[in-house]
Design a protein around this ligand. Structure first.
Ligand SMILES: [Ca+2]
Ligand SMILES: [Ca+2]
Length: 251
């Protein structure tokens, strides 16, 4: 009768080995980029399938199988008879932060051993800042002076850790004719120069948010209207701005 101890950290060296051809798992070996000789290791969610080598070893084992994967969703882990673990699919820290693999090592039909390998997933900056909507139209009074508020538009970031999800700043990356608008690091857009719709009647601002590495954008269509402008005229002006942008992009 054979008996193997299954523990997260494989402390099995001297236990229940007398009858076993597979005397025990060796000091579990996890080699490769993440190798540290322990029964747990980590992958970064940006690691590509097949790009990372995790190897375990059991004394006298000639084959290995993965009997269980928890959770079973997401990538599928496989193990070769050499003990090399790989996966297909992709990792996503925002979905799953840890996988437990129940692994059996086999020498022959009557000599097996099992263990659990814990694979922790670490976060990567794989999500861009995003705004609630891709575009927005805003009207502002003709003659508005510097400092007048236009709008505050903020972005969010789906990465799980603050190192990767903090919006560090906003910029107006396009469409800011004459630098007539400014944006703060909190997404507050203000007038920078007195607006004159006889000079510039509308703007198509590209507002950009960054997490320090990745960026996300939205379009802000601004119509500078006089007080007497009718609703129809304002909408017409807004349509002209949007149309002009679309034509520009198509060209
Ligand atoms: Ca991010
Ligand atoms: Ca992430």
């Amino acid at each position: 009768m054979k008996f193997f101890s299954i523990v997260v950290v494989f402390i099995v060296g001297s236990m229940y080995t007398a009858e076993c051809a597979i005397s025990a798992w060796t000091e579990p070996v996890i080699s490769g980029a993440d190798g540290n000789g322990a029964a747990s290791t980590s992958l970064t969610e940006s690691d590509s399938a097949g790009g990372t080598s995790i190897t375990i070893a059991a004394t006298n084992a000639v084959s290995y199988t993965i009997d269980s994967q928890t959770p079973s969703t997401g990538p599928t882990f496989t193990i070769a008879n050499t003990g090399v673990i790989s996966f297909t699919g992709s990792l996503d820290y925002e979905t799953t932060t840890e996988y437990l693999l129940g692994i059996t090592a086999t020498e022959d039909a009557s000599n097996t051993g099992s263990a659990t390998v814990t694979i922790s997933i670490t976060d990567a900056n794989d999500n861009n800042p995003t705004f609630a909507s891709s575009s927005r139209g805003i009207t502002i009074k003709n003659g508005a002076t510097a400092g007048t508020s236009l709008a505050t538009l903020t972005a969010t970031d789906a990465d799980a850790t603050s190192a990767f999800n903090t919006i560090s700043g906003y910029t107006i990356s396009a469409g800011n004719t004459n630098s007539d608008f400014a944006v703060s690091n909190s997404g507050a857009i203000t007038v920078a120069n007195t607006l004159d719709n006889t000079v510039t009647a509308g703007y198509a601002l590209t507002l950009q948010a960054t997490d320090g590495t990745n960026t996300g954008t939205m379009e802000v269509f601004v119509v500078v209207k006089t007080c007497s402008s009718s609703a129809v005229a304002v909408i017409s002006s807004l349509m002209m701005v949007v149309g002009a942008v679309l034509v520009t992009k198509l060209l």
